[in-house]
Design a protein around this ligand. Structure first.
Ligand code: GDP
Ligand code: K
Ligand code: MG
Length: 273
């Protein structure tokens, strides 16, 4: 029988291990990731024995700067899980969504679990999950792992997401038009080197001058020159380097998202008085 692979990804302290333990019970395998002393845990789901969950190291981004980021990134790219389950700390949504914007680019279906909803409610915050879901083009379930609320719902939606490839459509987050033009131009340059579902990810990584990706694609000299020109023009337009452009665009997008979808009721009441 084929096993469905779900990768559990998220920031440190978003509740990944708590969720992992809750849904895999004692069906766990623990080891190390190859070449590094980072713990690797995988396990079959108690309720769905043909589904395997891979607990990834907690990370804030998919850059290749820390061993944890490299492990997570290599797994997501090379092992190509069937689904990414991105667990988010709902009390820290702005920071957690930075990684989410990157996971959504990988070309793998993503489902988002917004955890710690017990604390969110206690803090009198509200999160408009439907609106967030529409703006991110991904299914989202709010839950609390430690209060055991909505865990079954999250897993059911996860299997449904995989079965229907919900969340892996052509629709995706769009940044500033001038950046999108550059990304499309890079995508055209690498059309023959990349599968369609991965092309946006590769275009963004090349735009960020990610050396590992550049080597992996075996680009010709001409392709490299074209891409360098696209990057240079865009940097001139934005008056900053390409890495900063991407970071700024991600944060601008997240700020707009949070402004629209997250409200702090206690602040609202204060502002009325
Ligand atoms: P990881 O670093 O992503 O693996 O996160 P952990 O599973 O270690 O959880 C980090 C902390 O958050 C632990 O103290 C958990 O008990 C706590 N935690 C996890 N889920 C919830 C939740 O839904 N509500 C609350 N209040 N705490 C939670
Ligand atoms: K932890
Ligand atoms: Mg953990």
């Amino acid at each position: 029988t084929t096993t469905l692979q779900i990768a559990l990804a998220g920031n440190p302290n978003s509740g990944k291990t708590s969720l992992f333990n809750e849904i895999t019970g004692t069906n766990q395998r623990v080891g190390n990731w190859p070449g590094v002393t980072i713990e690797k845990k995988s396990g079959k789901l108690t309720k769905y024995p043909n589904v395997e969950l891979q607990d990834l190291p907690g990370i804030y981004s998919l850059s290749p700067y820390s061993p944890e980021e490299l492990v997570a990134r290599n797994y997501l790219i090379d092992d190509a899980p069937d689904l990414i389950l991105n667990l988010i700390d709902g009390t820290n949504i702005e920071r957690n969504l930075y990684l989410t914007t990157q996971l959504l680019e990988l070309g793998v279906p993503v489902i988002i679990g917004i955890n710690m909803m017990d604390v969110v409610e206690k803090n009198k915050q509200t999160i408009d999950i439907k609106l967030l879901s529409e703006m991110l083009y991904a299914p989202i379930v709010g839950l609390s792992v430690t209060k055991k609320k909505n865990i079954d719902e999250l897993m059911k939606r996860s299997l449904h997401t995989h079965a229907t490839s919900e969340g892996q459509g052509q629709n995706h987050i769009r940044y500033d038009k001038r950046l999108e033009v550059a990304l499309e131009e890079i995508a055209d340059v690498i059309e023959a080197n990349t599968p369609e579902n991965r092309r946006r990810w590769f275009s963004i990584k090349l735009f960020e001058r990610d050396e590992e990706i550049r080597n992996e694609l075996h680009l010709t000299k001409e392709q490299q020159i074209e891409i360098n020109e696209i990057i240079a023009i865009t940097e001139k337009i934005f008056q900053t380097d390409s890495t900063s452009i991407m970071i700024n665009e991600r944060y601008d997008f997240i700020t707009r998202l949070v402004e629209k979808a997250v409200t702090n009721k206690s602040n609202f009441e204060l502002s009325l008085s």
